[in-house]
Design a protein around this ligand. Sequence first.
Ligand SMILES: Nc1ncnc2c1ncn2[C@@H]1O[C@H](COP(=O)(O)OP(=O)(O)OP(=O)(O)O)[C@@H](O)[C@H]1O
Ligand SMILES: [Mg+2]
Length: 272
Amino acid sequence: MNVATNLAYPTAIEAVDLIKDYGRGENTVHALRGVNVRFERGRFTAIMGPSGSGKSTLMHTLAGLDSATGGHIMFNGGDITAMNDNQLTLLRRKKIGFIFQSFNLLPMFTAEQNILMPLTLAGDKPDRAWFRQLVHTLGLEQRLGHRPNELSGGQQQRVAIARALISKPSLVFADEPTGNLDSVSSAEVLEFLKRSVKELNQTIIMVTHDAVAASYADRAIVFADGRIVADEANPTAEVMNELLMAERERAARGALLEPPIAPEPAGARHRR
Ligand SMILES: Nc1ncnc2c1ncn2[C@@H]1O[C@H](COP(=O)(O)OP(=O)(O)OP(=O)(O)O)[C@@H](O)[C@H]1O
Ligand SMILES: [Mg+2]
């Protein structure tokens, strides 16, 4: 580990030998295969990699939303993997913001109620000025009274972003936060995230499939098959596209070396 960067930026969250398996026996999916990674406080990190490589699993496990199969997660002076449900709930409510890939908005509540939900649950008063700033930056002024099913995908995504940031959490996980936005809204959201890292000293960990989005980050990690395969300081869109192409070629070469797949028995086609 690099001692110089260690001193410059204290650790926000760290995964040590992190393992996550889904299922059992021969159907086990090894989603995380012993991940070691340290995220620095006040820095913006992007995570890229093929679909199914374990990016969302890493984020959910780090945030304590999903349990780890093995390893440790050091955050805020403790090990998340050793915490009980109550401790995890409190930690997530106060310290962690999560922007879900699938938004996870509550359908019965308006956009405004959804945005304020983390504070409502914690019994905390909203900072109205911050609320107005979020709503303005995300262009949601005209949509605050609407329920999620009356909003477009991009609008729902922006509500989910505001909800994750309303309590000014020190650590924010963003799972493809710009996946449903047009390029102008996407640039605005990325600028906003970048600014909140600088101004609020927030730590942001963002999954993205877009190399341009990754270029807003201070660092970008490439994930493949449950492992980190590249770790780039000062990522540019060009470098990230090259790394992703190289990973795709490596995976294709690997597939060529595997034995041919046996024909499926009749009736097995729809089983996963
Ligand atoms: N609840 C689950 N039960 C079983 N397998 C799961 C579960 N969640 C994820 N997986 C599997 O774990 C692996 C990693 O999934 P994950 O959602 O982390 O991928 P991802 O990198 O986020 O992909 P994408 O870019 O498509 O969002 C995949 O093979 C997926 O099928
Ligand atoms: Mg995902």
